[in-house]
Design a protein. Structure first.
Length: 293
């Protein structure tokens, strides 16, 4: 068999791979400009506008927003930081600073993000990785703005396969693109090298109908040793390949600078089954599109 390039050996060893200058500054700017247009045209979803009152209504409210999340796999939807809207659903701060992420089908419905996701260089990388029938399962634009509000939290240590479960494991791959320089100060990613070989201990699954929440966790996240994480600063245009089971996190953005990123997940569909319990499900409107066009 042909030997895989040295860098891919590194990926299999560590569970991640940093590829600097994968995208050009122009490509990054086109994504940022496009997101600016999308945000400018954004309407606040109705479930964010209802005034809170009784406890029971509050639970229904949460259920409403959970449906908003559960059915976002084939749409372009907005997810807000906590505390950015008043009880009437009006913004307390500029709306572009109020959004934490936009997901989960930018790759399917937005021409700019679609072009990036299916770009020749991404497809070539997929082939180098030996992917035979890769499909795109979801995408997200992440803002990671400076926390003017103290409750903005870091992203706790996790494995992507907790949320995107396949049988067998090892079929999910994240592509994380830095649209601005990501440094320790503004919340770059941190990884535990080699942590992708021990399986997963926790799964997020759809809750039984009638539950008060839309998803629940099965199993528990082990306590990770902070000293095992290494930071992966990366320049604008860089790509981090993320194995579905590698443990990673990001810290609080403590700088004045945002840390915009576009990320999408690919599944090797050959001989793989996608869990029916995953929050994200393909729909008749949007079956998972092939990465190779």
């Amino acid at each position: 068999a042909a030997r895989s390039p040295p860098c891919l050996f590194q990926f299999h060893q560590d569970g991640f791979l940093v590829l600097e200058n994968f995208f050009t500054a122009e490509e990054c700017d086109s994504m940022r400009n496009q997101i600016g247009r999308i945000v400018a045209e954004m309407e606040v979803p109705p479930h964010c506008r209802t005034a809170f009152s009784t406890k029971e209504e509050e639970q229904l409210q949460a259920q409403g927003s959970s449906d908003y999340f559960l059915t976002s796999g084939d749409k372009i939807r907005f997810f807000f930081e906590k505390g950015v809207l008043d009880e009437r659903g009006n913004f307390l701060i500029p709306k572009e600073k109020s959004i934490s992420k936009i997901g989960h089908a930018l790759h399917a419905y937005d021409p700019v993000f679609k072009q990036i996701t299916h770009s020749t260089k991404v497809q070539e990388l997929g082939r180098k990785l030996g992917l035979e029938r890769p499909v795109v399962v979801q995408s997200m634009y992440i803002f990671k703005v400076h926390p003017q509000r103290p409750h903005l939290v870091a992203v706790t240590p996790h494995q992507d396969a907790t949320f995107l479960h396949t049988e067998p494991l090892g079929r999910i791959l994240g592509f994380w693109i830095a649209l601005e320089d990501a440094r320790r100060e503004n919340g770059c990613l941190w990884f535990i090298p080699g942590s992708h070989t021990g399986g997963i201990s926790r799964r997020m699954v759809r809750a039984a109908s009638g539950s008060s929440t839309c998803v629940e966790f099965v199993g528990s996240e082990p306590a990770y040793d902070d000293s095992q994480f290494i930071p992966l600063p990366i320049n604008k245009g860089g790509l981090i390949l993320i194995h579905g089971e590698v443990v990673h996190k990001s810290e609080l953005n403590s700088s004045e600078f945002s840390r915009h990123a576009f990320t999408f997940h690919v599944m090797e569909a050959k001989d793989t089954s996608w869990s029916k319990e995953n929050w994200l499900q393909p729909t008749p409107e949007l079956p998972f599109p092939s990465l190779y066009t």
